[in-house]
Design a protein around this ligand. Structure first.
Ligand SMILES: Cc1cc2nc3c(=O)[nH]c(=O)nc-3n(C[C@H](O)[C@H](O)[C@H](O)COP(=O)(O)OP(=O)(O)OC[C@H]3O[C@@H](n4cnc5c(N)ncnc54)[C@H](O)[C@@H]3O)c2cc1C
Length: 375
């Protein structure tokens, strides 16, 4: 069947859904994309900040990468600090390929760039439109949509992509469980804008006793601080006078993933299929990767292989984010002392830093076979 003749619904216009729609559109499909929100993530809510090298390679064919590189900042160093002493530095530019391991761009900007490229193919998300149910016939899924005026539409599709986030209605409708666990402790986050530009080329993990503060640049004059401590703001060593706090939030961390990423012709991608801690900046990147793989498989007529091809990547990333989270959230005083003693040696071990860099780059998941020279 010609690409344009397959009726495809993408449920959810977050980073995953927008990428799925874009990757399908550039291959000649005409997906319909809907979202129950009113638009992309607000620009001030930095959310998924880290864009890894794998994502930049995946978004190069659609030219979104060019646009990202114009706006994003390269995070050239990863530093670990305790008691104002630098325990370790990792040069994140020393990875193979053209991009460096990690760039920073607030999620709303990334989504806008995806949306802009998608509109070049005259595919526009239908906002304020909610998926309510997906029928039991999963080979020809029928979807009930609640439209902005409150009316209900029932439509049949050849393929439904559930990119509708952690609370996915699509996932629940097709009876796929989301097993896993939530961490006891919460994470707290605050973004500050300073009165002048600051050094924004590095990420820093500040180890406290107990707890930690992560420092990630958002823009040249904005920094995100993320911590396990509710009162962490009093421990921040601000690099310049504060102009304003642009965003603050708190959240609990869950590690969950589905056992299967598809049932019949209904597919799950992004947070609808897996969620984990932000350690390592993998969440949005993994969703974008799912979307790119799924679009390629659909174009190849091989979508039935999706779960089998994606699950290893999901399991790898969940394992890595668990390990990183455990390393930076330990509370036992003896373990903290040992960790702080071990970190300088660990980071000097080529095997350790190589593995860490591969993970942060996103190169620890299978390379996309449709991109020449992908790592
Ligand atoms: C504080 C924080 C920091 C983070 N930092 C990073 C980071 O540095 N790097 C990284 O890679 N990730 C990070 N993440 C994770 C990242 O934000 C998510 O993994 C990413 O947003 C997932 O994208 P998604 O498109 O799969 O889901 P979502 O962004 O949740 O998008 C789902 C979309 O579906 C829509 N929707 C939901 N239900 C329905 C329905 N029934 N019908 C229609 N539409 C529906 C929603 O409106 C939404 O637009 C962070 C997350 C948080 C909270």
């Amino acid at each position: 069947m010609a690409p344009g003749h397959r009726r495809i619904l993408v449920a959810g216009a977050g980073a995953t859904g927008l990428t799925a729609a874009l990757e399908l559109a550039r291959r000649g499909f005409r997906p319909r994309i809907i979202d129950n929100g009113e638009g992309t993530v607000p620009l001030l809510e930095s959310r998924a900040l880290g864009i890894n090298a794998r994502t930049l390679a995946l978004l190069a064919p659609s030219r979104v990468t060019d646009a990202i590189l114009q706006e994003a900042q390269q995070l050239a160093q990863f530093r670990v600090v305790a008691k104002r002493r630098r325990l370790a530095v990792l040069d994140t530019t020393k990875v193979p390929g053209p991009y460096g391991a990690l760039h920073a761009l607030a999620q709303g900007h990334t989504e806008r760039l995806l949306l802009g490229k998608l509109s070049d193919y005259e595919v526009v998300p239908e906002w304020h439109t909610t998926v309510e149910t997906v029928s039991e016939d999963l080979l020809k899924p029928q979807v009930t949509l609640r439209k902005p005026d409150g009316s209900v539409e029932t439509a049949e599709f050849d393929i439904v992509i559930g990119a509708d986030g952690a609370h996915s209605t699509v996932r629940k409708s097709i009876g796929v469980a989301f097993p896993g666990e939530a961490l006891e402790s919460s994470f707290y986050l605050a973004d500050f804008r300073y009165t002048r530009e600051i050094d924004s080329h590095f990420v820093e993990m500040i180890l406290l006793d107990p707890g930690m503060i992560g420092r990630v640049p958002v823009e040249r004059d904005v920094v995100r601080y993320i911590s396990t401590l509710p009162d962490f703001e009093s421990s921040i060593d601000h690099p310049a006078p504060i102009a304003e706090q642009t965003w603050a939030t708190s959240f609990r961390i869950h590690f969950r993933h589905v056992e299967t990423m598809s049932k019949g012709n209904v597919f799950l991608a992004g947070d609808a299929a897996h969620i984990h801690s932000p350690a390592g900046a993998r969440g949005m990147n993994l969703g974008i990767e799912d979307a790119c793989w799924l679009a390629w498989l659909i174009a190849e007529g091989r979508e039935a292989d999706y779960t089998q091809l994606r699950m290893p990547a999901v399991l790898t990333v969940l394992k890595q984010t668990r390990q990183l989270t455990a390393l930076f959230t330990m509370s036992n005083p003896l373990a903290i002392k040992l960790r702080n003693l071990a970190i300088p040696t660990l980071f000097r071990l080529p095997a350790f830093s190589h593995r860490l860099l591969r993970g942060v780059s996103g190169y620890d998941t299978p390379a996309p076979p449709w991109i020449d020279g992908a790592l």
